[in-house]
Design a protein around this ligand. Structure first.
Ligand code: TRP
Length: 335
């Protein structure tokens, strides 16, 4: 069997939360340990500018996210770990891809459509507050992926459409300019791809319903206590399929623990009790990494050096490939 090239990015606009961990970071790190695979992980700081125009926030988030991946056991000797903005070839490729990507394809992107719909609901002009960055978001993402000829891209469910767009753009390019890009596939961990937040909607910084990945243990319990539940009393059977507590439990538990909790729900476990157990489960998985995280956050130079070394590795791929791409589109030495 052929080894896969796995690539994934995380946008540096916020503090990592449990949803990021379960949906993207954990599966990516797991896959990087399966030694056959070559892994590319990066901080999507250019993507961050689309969502976040607070410079302090972007800078802080970049450190936090880098420290998160390292604390969780990412081995920078084994994977290529870098910052998107340290690879100028990605931006150049983004432009070249913009020139083959169909505008009509971008019109269908969920994030863009959601922004238009929310404008319409509020009686605003459809384009209000929508930048070209948001509109072209999937093209930059295609550049991230195609630049490194990744064939597998672990993402949350909400990103599947973007990977399909990257495939579409790659196919158009290959069709027009000749075989150049590898067609990527999304990899979604079927059980736990989309985690719900405190209010039962998708966990997301923008809904303000997220549980930070590395908050102190006490605060973690406080936040878990805020997870919305129904009004069923202790002793009344509860429906696990309609419970955010159970859903998050599933994302951290093994098969046996899932079964146990299912039985406890049937037997009417009190919400408070189920939340205590959830806290213990999450703490057991993340407690050690939390300590390593704190150490890295206080040693930013160490993080910076690792990222620069990673960029150097990444550019071993991107520099020769951009040459080939330029050649393909006709940007060639004159003589
Ligand atoms: N858009 C992704 C997210 O918000 C982050 C991302 C940027 C990404 N470029 C990527 C993920 C390339 C996978 C591959 O989660």
């Amino acid at each position: 069997m052929c080894a896969d090239r796995v690539l994934t990015g995380i946008t540096t606009s916020g503090t990592p939360h449990l949803g990021n961990y379960v949906g993207a970071i954990r599966p990516a790190i797991q896959s990087s340990r399966e030694s056959q695979n070559e892994s590319f992980f990066f901080l999507a700081d250019l993507h961050a500018l689309i969502k976040c125009q607070d410079p302090e926030q972007v800078a802080k988030s970049t450190l936090e996210i880098a420290a998160t991946w390292l604390a969780l056991g990412l081995d920078p000797d084994k994977v290529v770990f870098y910052r998107q903005s340290d690879i100028p070839e990605i931006s150049e490729l983004c432009w070249i891809l913009n020139c083959v990507a169909a505008k009509g394809l971008m019109n269908r992107a969920h994030a863009y459509k959601a922004a238009v719909e929310s404008n319409q609901q509020e009686g605003q002009d459809s384009d209000f507050g929508i930048t070209m960055g948001l509109y072209g978001y999937p093209v930059l993402m295609a550049a991230d992926i195609l630049m490194f000829r990744a064939n597998k891209v672990p993402v949350g469910k909400d990103q599947i459409q973007h990977i399909e767009m990257a495939r579409d753009i790659a196919q158009r390019f290959n069709h027009h300019y000749g075989e150049t890009f590898v067609l990527p596939e999304a990899v979604v961990d079927g059980n736990v791809a989309l985690l719900k937040g405190l209010d039962g909607r998708k966990m997301s910084k923008s809904y303000n319903n997220a549980i930070p990945l590395f908050c102190p243990s006490k605060r973690l319990q406080k936040l878990i206590n805020k997870i919305k539940t129904n009004l069923l009393e202790p002793g009344e059977p509860k429906d696990p399929n309609d419970s955010t507590v159970f859903e998050i439990w599933q994302a951290f538990a093994n098969a046996e623990q899932v079964n146990q909790m299912r039985q406890e729900f049937a037997a009417g476990i009190a919400w408070g009790e189920s939340k205590k157990k959830l806290h213990a489960l999450i703490d057991a998985e993340l407690g050690d990494a939390r300590e390593r995280y704190e150490e890295l956050i206080h040693n930013p130079n160490q993080v910076q050096d690792l990222l620069l070394a990673g960029a150097e590795k990444a550019r071993q791929y991107s520099m020769p490939f951009i040459k080939q791409i330029r050649e393909a589109v006709g940007i060639r030495p004159i003589s």
